[in-house]
Design a protein around this ligand. Structure first.
Ligand code: DC
Length: 224
């Protein structure tokens, strides 16, 4: 059997982890799952059905629905990126039964990703999120924890939103980010934290290319 590579990428929002995970997926022919998008789809489903993102029953119903009716287009829906869904996601992702309902889906993807026709000579998966290295894939071959200062992340996010034509102020973005970080880190179930064996990369003063090259070098060492 050929080598199977499983990579976990965790970190707070706007740390650049999604960009890095996507580039690594391309580079090493891995199937990629953006687990933040999955949580966002669930939150959107709660809202669309008139539910409350803080209510465990509504959250569980939505998670089961999304899990059982999953298709890849759901993750590409641009509306899961808007502020209302982002806030609902930050709330609903605190709920233990919702996280539990999505656990096996993520683990199955990590161990048996959909076949990627480019995945020769090795196959594998890369997932990004908050608890991939700690809870979903504690057995990952390589774990990255990508972070940056709150100020740098808020600056990046403000620029990104303004570039998309969504007028945003740095102060508001910074405040939202601090609140969501606090929720991610302080929740009792699977909080955001680096796995003990994760490579921690503070990207505050690094370019995307530098982060990518560093990550590639670490992965290549695993492949020899
Ligand atoms: O990575 P993102 O910003 O798209 O994540 C959206 C929200 O989902 C964020 O509030 C944290 C939450 N999330 C989570 O709790 N666990 C994950 N594995 C991924 C995301």
């Amino acid at each position: 059997m050929s080598l199977f590579l499983k990579i976990a990428v965790d970190g707070p929002s706007a740390s650049g982890k999604g960009t890095i995970a996507r580039r690594l997926a391309d580079q090493f022919h891995l199937s990629y799952l953006d687990t933040g998008a999955l949580y966002r789809v669930v939150a959107k489903h709660i809202l669309e059905n008139g539910g409350n993102p803080d209510n465990p029953e509504d959250a569980l119903k939505a998670a089961i629905f999304v899990r059982d009716h999953f298709n890849w287009d759901m993750l590409e829906d641009p509306s899961i990126r808007n502020d209302v869904v982002a806030d609902a996601t930050s709330r609903s992702s605190q709920i233990p039964v919702l996280r539990e309902a999505l656990m096996d889906f993520q683990r199955d993807f990590a161990s048996h990703p959909p076949h990627n026709p480019h995945s020769k000579p090795w196959e594998g998966s890369i997932l990004d999120g908050r608890d991939i290295g700690t809870v979903i894939c504690p057995d990952a071959d390589v774990k990255f924890y990508i972070t940056a200062s709150t100020e740098v992340r808020a600056e990046r996010r403000t620029k990104e939103l303004n570039n998309k034509g969504i007028p945003s102020s740095y102060e508001t973005v910074l405040q939202d980010m601090a609140e969501r970080d606090a929720r991610d880190k302080s929740r009792t179930t699977n909080p955001l934290k680096p796995a003990p064996d994760a490579v921690i990369m503070d990207t505050s003063d690094m370019s995307t290319d530098q982060v990518f090259e560093t990550a590639c070098a670490i992965i290549r060492r695993k492949l020899v």
